[in-house]
Design a protein around this ligand. Structure first.
Ligand code: 5GP
Length: 173
């Protein structure tokens, strides 16, 4: 295994995820929320967010892809669609792992809004604000990070490292 520099420890992630879950609950209280987890990267984050969320919650899954290796291609492919009846009239929270150029989130936003949810927001764990190409800002974000390629806690490098309990950066020799 390559050397990895830890950016956020398991404890730091747990603390921030709890805060986000509480902030979301403050917003919705008794209203049911449909969390849309984007596969595969956001799956660890979505599970922890939901486990800490005190209100009524449903979960749906969406898969789009734009990345190959370490770079976004900008061309988004829908790999696993949502069912409109699970989104229409619902309070939707899209759960993302990371927003980089913004192409993916922009695609997801347009795609979900076409299904006419009752309300719509996004919650991303990580935000690489300085890399944005599309002018889009997620409603909630866990951590704003620099322009680094990060792995762990769901995030991969060519499908590796998703199972790390922390977020880190691979040190290139
Ligand atoms: P965007 O379309 O905003 O450029 O990229 C969003 C997607 O690219 C994310 O959902 C994620 O799958 C992938 N991505 C962007 N930056 C990183 C990164 O630093 N590490 C990993 N593993 N994936 C990233």
């Amino acid at each position: 295994m390559e050397k990895i520099n830890v950016l956020f420890t398991q404890e730091e992630i747990e603390k921030r995820v709890k805060e986000l879950a509480n902030e979301l609950y403050e917003k919705y209280h008794d209203e049911e929320v449909t969390f849309v987890c984007t596969l595969k990267g956001a799956v660890f984050f979505a599970c922890d967010l939901l486990k800490n969320y005190k209100g009524d919650a449903r979960i749906e899954f969406l898969r789009v892809s734009s990345y190959e290796g370490e770079s976004s291609t900008g061309k988004i492919n829908l790999k696993l669609p949502l069912k409109a009846e699970n989104i229409h009239g619902k309070n939707v929270v899209v759960v993302e792992d990371i927003v980089d150029t913004g192409y993916t989130l922009n695609y997801i936003r347009n795609y979900v809004l076409e299904m006419k949810p009752k309300s719509y927001i996004e919650c991303t764990l990580l935000d690489k604000k300085s890399r944005r190409v599309i002018d889009i800002n997620p409603t909630y974000s866990g951590f704003v990070i620099e322009d680094l390629f990060v792995i762990g806690y769901g995030l991969d490098y060519d499908q590796k490292y998703r199972n790390l309990p922390y977020i880190g950066v691979v040190v290139k020799e």
